[in-house]
Design a protein around this ligand. Structure first.
Ligand code: PGA
Length: 252
């Protein structure tokens, strides 16, 4: 049985006021859901403690990035061990904005995944193709390469700390979503790639991200290989996010 997860990636948005307005209602209406989904709030790192104060034990928290190094003279960086120390359960690694705007390569992504696993947290490896790559018929190869390289250092028991998020770059923040069928096809392919890496593919959660909203989440989450979502813009609106968290099919 794979973990169902809905994670809200606030990106560089939020404030003390937003934490106050949003986290309480999400906790009340989406914490400890009977559909079994784990709800994760991933605010800017500075706000993790404030979110936790509102979330209690009902919601998990995470950070959007960590250093590829363990500790030391790396001004401005935050380590995976620090994220664990502060009570986070999850770390996003290799989000397309990190790859595109901050020059993260598959090698840095692999080093960050290793740090996260060593710290005992769950790494959410983000992968996805650009529009040009999709139109050139290259989407599957691009995504497979990101999975293989990003998870190159994972072995043995630590696969249980890995989650993959498929986020087509052309769907992030654009209002364009992959159809449930296209997303399902890529998720199945990601699972094939994981199998080829000798990973326990059937037990690794693969989330979809990219303009997930209350009105498209149910179709996506009812696909057999889609185990939940990584939600950007819609995670900043309590009602919308709560409704996404409740969008898993009943009885499974
Ligand atoms: P979006 O972002 O839901 O705003 O498209 C998703 C993400 O980047 O994680």
């Amino acid at each position: 049985m794979r973990r169902r997860i809905v994670a809200g990636n606030w990106k560089m948005n939020g404030s003390k006021d937003l934490v106050q307005q949003l986290v309480g209602p999400v906790r009340e209406q989406a914490g400890r859901l009977d559909n079994g989904a784990e709800v994760v709030i991933i605010p800017p790192a500075l706000y993790v403690s404030a979110v936790q104060a509102e979330a209690g034990d009902d919601l998990a928290t995470g950070v959007q990035n960590v250093s590829q190094w363990q500790s030391g003279a790396y001004t401005g960086e935050v380590s995976a061990d620090m994220a664990r120390d502060m009570g986070c359960g999850y770390v996003l690694v290799g989000h397309s904005e990190r790859r595109q705007l901050f020059g993260e390569t598959d090698e840095t992504v692999a080093a960050k995944v290793e740090q996260v696993l060593q710290s005992g947290l769950t790494a959410v490896l983000c992968v996805g193709e650009t529009l040009e790559q999709r139109e050139a018929g290259d989407a599957e190869r691009v995504v497979a390469t990101q999975v293989i390289r990003g998870l190159a250092r994972v072995e043995g028991e630590s696969w249980s700390q890995v989650v993959v998020a498929y986020e087509p770059v052309w769907a992030i923040g654009t209002g364009r979503t992959a159809t449930a069928e296209d997303a399902q096809a890529m998720h199945a392919e990601i699972r094939n790639v994981l199998s080829s890496m000798k990973a326990p593919a059937e037990s690794i959660s693969v989330l979809y991200g990219g303009s997930v909203k209350a009105d498209n989440a149910a179709a996506l989450f009812s696909e057999p290989d889609i185990d939940g979502g990584l939600i950007g813009g819609a995670s900043l609106k309590a009602d919308e996010f709560i409704s996404i968290c409740r969008s898993f099919p009943a009885g499974s």
